[in-house]
Design a protein around this ligand. Structure first.
Ligand SMILES: [Zn+2]
Length: 398
């Protein structure tokens, strides 16, 4: 039997940086699942370069309806430009830590699932367990967004979902929505001695950038607030700007990326609509100078927030399995909001610390791996007890 540590190492050694394919990893996992008599559905993206994977371990009566989903993403962020002490795709253990890209975010969780698979596959489960693995989480939860529809098509209807993103095994029930927009301002070029003949794209983009700043100050000043977050209000920022061609040419192009992270009480579509209205107004003004000018606002990603109530059966299940109770909400986005939005009660609870995610020398503590192993062993026990305390019907002590 392969240990959780060995599985994690194996998964980390397959480079699944989001810009590339995840099919090699999906193949490794598929073969293992098939070895346990399971039939994974591999669901490719449009060009067939990546795939989601869904597999159901039916309950002891062969039923696959309802049950608990374990969700993870297979992709990792790039290591480009990072200063690693070791090869990021050759995992190494030092000082009680396993180093490598994706150890923490989030192949350790998938590794622990695979190590628990023999027990899961032969346990007399009171409810089915579904393993759902997605691609392209790191570039906007693209695979998971598609997965929601795929689950419905497959007739896989979990009642509860545990997303194993790194929370140090804290049962986490909330995160903000993550919304990334790209503004492109098309002006008109002219020699800089003849400014009235041009329309300055940078100067107009600067107004939009100022508007984003005003928006962020408004959220800070007027709320709404949620004290469960380190930053208890909606944030907005402009993090990338690119424009102009020379110091003496009126800029005909400027691009900027805006991001806002909204509390559950703030509708991201309403915020986006305000930004759109501002951009429309900007375009109007530019066209008074020259009708060729125009402004585009493109949505790069809108990942819904998560706000699972403390009374949710998912939160109770997390506690029953030994997850650490927590009232804190996390600052990063996950696929959890997508599942919750589809009516699946969802929490985030996984091994590792988000502070190590995306960094050089990313690691997961071996203690965290063990804690997650215990958590999933508890899941097997919990679902194997003669009169199980099911996630959606029962009262748990505490
Ligand atoms: Zn992640």
């Amino acid at each position: 039997m392969t240990s959780a540590l060995d599985w994690t190492k194996r998964l980390v050694s397959v480079d699944t940086t989001s810009r590339g394919s995840n099919l090699e990893l999906i193949d490794v996992v598929s073969k293992e699942l098939q070895g346990h008599g399971l039939r994974p559905a591999v669901l490719p993206n449009d060009d067939g370069t990546k795939a989601n994977l869904v597999v159901t371990i039916p309950d002891r009566d062969g039923r696959s309806d309802g049950g608990i989903a374990l969700s993870g993403h297979t992709d990792v962020v790039p290591v480009d430009g990072q200063d690693w002490d070791t090869d990021p795709f050759t995992p190494q253990i030092r000082d009680g830590r396993l180093f490598g890209r994706g150890t923490c975010d989030m192949k350790a969780f998938i590794g622990v699932i695979l190590a628990t698979l023999p027990d899961l596959a032969r346990a007399p489960l009171a409810e089915p367990v579904h393993i759902v693995l997605s691609y392209d989480e790191e570039v906007g939860c693209l695979g998971a967004a598609r997965m929601v529809g795929e689950l419905a098509e497959l007739g896989v209807r979990p009642t509860t979902c545990i997303v194993g993103e790194p929370t140090r095994m804290r049962v986490t029930s909330g995160h903000k929505s993550v919304n990334l927009l790209e503004l492109t301002v098309h002006g008109v070029a002219a020699h800089s001695s003849l400014t009235p003949q041009g329309v300055n794209a940078i100067e107009y983009a600067a107004r939009a950038i100022g508007f984003i700043r005003c928006l962020s100050e408004e959220f800070k000043r007027e709320g709404p607030y949620d004290k469960a977050y380190d930053v208890p209000y909606t944030t907005a920022s402009v993090n990338l700007v690119d424009g102009g061609s020379a110091g003496n040419i009126v800029a005909d192009l400027c691009r900027a990326q805006f991001e806002f992270r909204a509390l559950a009480a703030v509708d991201p579509n309403e915020v986006r609509a305000r930004i759109q209205a501002y951009c429309d107004d900007l375009q109007e003004r530019m066209r008074q100078e020259n009708t060729q000018a125009h402004v585009e606002l493109r949505t790069l990603a809108m990942v819904p927030g998560l706000d699972t109530g403390g009374a949710s059966p998912a939160v109770r299940l997390g506690a029953v399995l030994g997850g650490i109770p927590s009232t804190n909400k996390v600052t990063y986005g996950t696929e959890a909001g997508l599942f919750q939005g589809a009516g699946i009660e969802t929490i985030v609870c996984g091994p590792g610390d988000i502070r190590q995610a995306h960094t050089a020398n990313e690691f997961v503590e071996l203690d965290q791996l063990r804690a997650c192993e215990t958590f999933l062993e508890n899941l097997v026990l919990h679902l194997s007890t003669p009169s199980p305390v099911t996630a959606h019907s029962a009262v748990h002590p505490g």
